[in-house]
Design a protein around this ligand. Sequence first.
Ligand SMILES: [Zn+2]
Length: 349
Amino acid sequence: MRNALGLMVASVVAAVVIAAGGWFYYSSRADQAAPRTTAARAADPLPAQAKLAAKDDVETTAALAARPAAPAPAPAPAPALPVQQKSTCANPNALGVARVVEIDTTGGPGFGFEHFKQFDFLTDKEVVLTFDDGPWPVNTPAVLKALADECTKGLFFSVGKHATYHPEILRQVLAQGHTVGAHTWSHVNLNSKKMTEQQAKDEVEKGFSAVKFALGTNPAPFFRFPQLQHNPAIVSYFGTRNVAMFSTDVDSFDFRKGSTPEKIVETVMTKLDKLGKGIILMHDFQKHTGEALPALLARLKAGGYKVVQMKAKTTFQTLPEYDEALLKDLKVPTSSARPISSVVQTVSQ
Ligand SMILES: [Zn+2]
């Protein structure tokens, strides 16, 4: 029988279960977000990094935009999680996390002194580890392993397209306790003269919808502009959408041509030792970054630096029209894209 009490015990699916000894993350929609087919992976040239490196100072926009459009992921359901994470750190000498800060994103605050100087929240020797452009096979897992080995946490700005190619990798990022924000749908320069305000908004909103689709839950309302190109209209827009914007204090230049793990470590440490603290910009999309990270984290620890993790007070609320447009793009059948809780509800027990 349907009754009010029965409706009240309707099951909730996208849930984070915190239990002693570990926590488990279950996603509903994420399980619908299938990885790309083998054919799609083969058609997508992985050596995008070679192209990226060739752009030297210019970050990834051109190379990413030049990549062929990925076919829609197959709608077959991905294997069910849960992903388990150890709650204790196995490494007694780990860098760890010294402090967790929660950001109230109301009004769209900005962080990173290269562009935003209002909120000087880090104290001497404190750093924030940030990673852009993923998720990407091999490279993102290498970054995750290096962070896990040091029991420390980062902040990831995912490209929407990449999130739809590799949702399973992005779910791992979240499951391992890192913060996940967005970095547009296709990594275009939002400040380009060719870009209309509507197109820029579409890039932002679709990017967030894609990250949500991949994660199966709302991302943090955290955003980084590709190439740190801050479109003034979108900066204002984020004020109304309550999205925090992230620039940087220390650019690792890990995307540059000729970058090596050694150069990345030296670049970061030289700048950090001068500034004394800061938000470090890296790319989990880049092969050398994951390779550099174990040595970089060791240098940070030896230098007395402490990692601060940034979390958001609330989550980003996507706009339904962009969620729907994304599903159409990806050719995901509507029924399989619905959360289980909207299809199956316990009404009587
Ligand atoms: Zn980027």
